[in-house]
Design a protein around this ligand. Sequence first.
Ligand code: GLN
Length: 307
Amino acid sequence: CDQTPLQAVLLEIGRELESCKGEGNVADYIPELGNVNPDKFGIHLTTLASEHFAYGDTEEKFSIQSISKVFSLALVFEREGERLWQRVGVEPSGNPFNSLSQLEYEAGIPRNPFINAGALVICDHLISHCSMPKQTMMGFFRTLAGNPLIGFNQRVYESEKAHSYRNRALINLMKSYGNITNDLELVLDLYFFICSIEMTCRELAQAASFLANSGVNPLTRQQVVSSSKAKRINTIMQLCGFYDEAGEFSFKVGLPGKSGVGGGIMAVHPGKYSIAAWSPRLNAKGNSCLAMKALELFTTRTKMSIF
Ligand code: GLN
């Protein structure tokens, strides 16, 4: 793509969205997440040819929250292979990210790895596979983003731990069905840790780029996951990345993507680019109002959606 138009499109979108800044509310069920400036907005795109285009607060760290679920899935799927799908499904849930109801009538098997229950099963696998799962995850993010300084936010981690009633209910229910093998506290602790990792839009777009590149990290040329696994992870993002708003995101944006309650959204166009947008105010489904709008405008104006 010609550089000037892409940069110009981001600039135009950023300016246009200034007028929508008051929409939605910052997540406060994890109290520490409420302590951000709600009107921050950034969008960063990186192509597989290592071109970078950005607008707004793209160098500011934010809590990646559920976006982390894509990366923990990638690590575990690569190690566990197809057996993974015996304990977690690949169907859209059509329910909120922290919903308990399907677990009950589906015998403790979460619908997919991107709702909280599914991500807890993935964390259980991580503990079984790695002797130091926190270090392994952190190393994974640092390598993918090309930044050894990526870290986590202790206050967010503790805040989530202190208000973890839903996640505790989910893991206990799954345990009762025999779908959690390690110590519950260890699994929860790892989950909160991964959710509290902080990254910038630029780092997140870079970290996602292996999914646009048939599983190969474009920075290191290392095969992170096989190309078939990259295809499958993208498919799950397409179908399940936005909980009960996955259809809406697909419909409006037309890219596989994943959101988090910190207000971030990352998305990929296989073979072309990866993109991350962030703005803390969320809609009722827990997805960033402005980030979603920005991506919708971006793929509509550039026609750079997968459809
Ligand atoms: N850490 C959050 C939770 O477990 C993640 C939710 C999200 O980003 N959708 O509730």
